[in-house]
Ligand binder design. Structure first.
Ligand code: 25A
Ligand code: L14
Length: 336
């Protein structure tokens, strides 16, 4: 018998947790026992895994006995409290929240970019922010070839980043607007249907200097993952009425000249990247193309002549898969 592992999914009923269960099954991760954990609100709900019905249990201090790998996506406060407990019980945690990402002792990993950091873990490995993951997958080959000096990025982020209830809010608010009915919002600070909101997350977003928490994550996590503290990053993050997949306009300035053709060539052979770049035939990445897919799609690759060595890219990926659940399971695959 090949070796199997006892795996826990914390936040199993959330937008990301449900994808984690699906990705473990699809990639045939060698799961022996799977333990689905969420808040008491969800205890007793059932989920399917590999043809079996598994009941969700309430997360508690004793949830991790015998667990070897624990995938967390139930918010930072849950991770801060329970990752150390799970690690003490012998599990390796792959944490999808922001709780430990900037902790110097915790590896922050995108397997296509910095897999060598995985083995430095002391029980916790952090999964980066979704917008950062797809950007660094696209930028790693360019950085290796030409040395990135500065990045200017604007994101167009799907509502699923804010969880399952946010997806429901976009759908019902869209119907309400179309039916000219009044609608009471619960998740977003403004109408998201037919709109674009330059604020992520919904609550306690701003840092006092006008940046949002999401924008600061893109700055700090990009530098940590690329191991390049000197790269300048300017980010503007915008929520758009899309259910799945974040789109990003990425402008980079490099140390050395890289033509659009050379960048396209490097991206074509890069792991995890799919180049879709035939604008004359209206072919470029779209959220509708990237949704429910694994790849990071890159297109609109062109030179930016406003600086000596500039490039523009359009980068799209499924925020719940490569941005969250898939990246976490790929880290777990490296662990075993
Ligand atoms: O703090 P961070 O790092 O910024 O992360 C905050 C949130 O961002 C999401 C994730 O939300 C997380 O909670 N997230 C994190 N990383 C992400 C990424 N890379 C990301 N999103 C996208 N990309 P989520 O919706 O994906 O997951 C939430 C899960 O966490 C469980 N949970 C919450 N509190 C918990 C807990 N689990 C254990 N103990 C706790 N105390 C949550 O389970 C869900 O699985 P749940 O049982 O609380 O909710 C199940 C269903 O209940 C409904 N519901 C949710 N909140 C409420 C609610 N109903 C009423 N009132 C509510 N307040 C929902 O329908 C849900 O499906
Ligand atoms: O830091 O709301 O992983 O789109 C990912 C989803 C932050 C919020 C993270 C969103 C979260 C983001």
């Amino acid at each position: 018998m090949p070796r199997t592992f006892t795996v826990a999914v914390v936040g199993a009923t959330g937008a990301v947790g449900q994808e984690m269960i699906r990705v473990l099954e699809q990639r045939r991760f060698p799961v022996g026992e799977i333990r689905l954990l969420a808040s008491p609100r969800s205890a007793g709900r059932k989920a399917r895994f590999a043809g079996r019905e598994i009941a969700v249990s309430a997360l508690g201090p004793d949830s991790f006995r015998g667990v070897e790998i624990a995938l967390f996506s139930a918010g930072s406060s849950i991770s801060k409290e329970f990752c150390p407990l799970a690690a003490a019980a012998g599990a390796v945690c792959v944490d999808n929240t922001s709780a430990f990402r900037m902790d110097p002792a915790v590896p922050l990993v995108v397997p296509e970019v910095n897999p060598h950091r995985i083995r430095e873990h002391q029980g916790i490995i952090a999964n980066p922010n979704c917008s950062t993951i797809q950007m660094v997958v696209a930028l790693k080959p360019i950085h290796d070839l030409a040395g990135i000096k500065r990045i200017v990025v604007t994101t167009f982020q799907a509502v699923s980043g804010a969880g399952a209830r946010a997806m429901a809010e976009l759908e019902s608010e869209t119907s309400a607007v179309l039916g000219r009915k009044t609608f009471l919002r619960d998740i977003f600070p403004h109408q998201i249907a037919f709109n674009a909101i330059p604020q992520i997350p919904q609550k306690d977003a701003f840092d006092g200097q006008g940046n949002t928490v999401e924008e600061l994550k893109m700055v700090n996590e990009t530098r940590k993952i690329l191991e390049a503290p000197g790269i300048g990053v300017s980010a503007t993050c915008v929520r758009v009425p899309v259910l799945r997949a974040h789109s990003e306009s990425v402008n980079v300035e490099t140390e050395r000249k890289l033509t659009a053709a050379a960048a396209r060539e490097a991206l074509r052979s890069a792991q995890g990247v799919a180049v879709v770049d035939d604008p004359d035939h209206q072919l470029y990445p779209l959220a509708t193309l990237a949704a429910c897919k694994d790849a990071v799609y890159v297109g609109r690759i062109r030179e930016d002549h406003s600086v000596p060595n500039g490039l523009c890219l359009w980068v799209v990926a499924d925020n719940l898969l490569k941005g969250a659940a898939l990246n976490a399971v790929q880290i777990a695959e490296h662990l075993i």
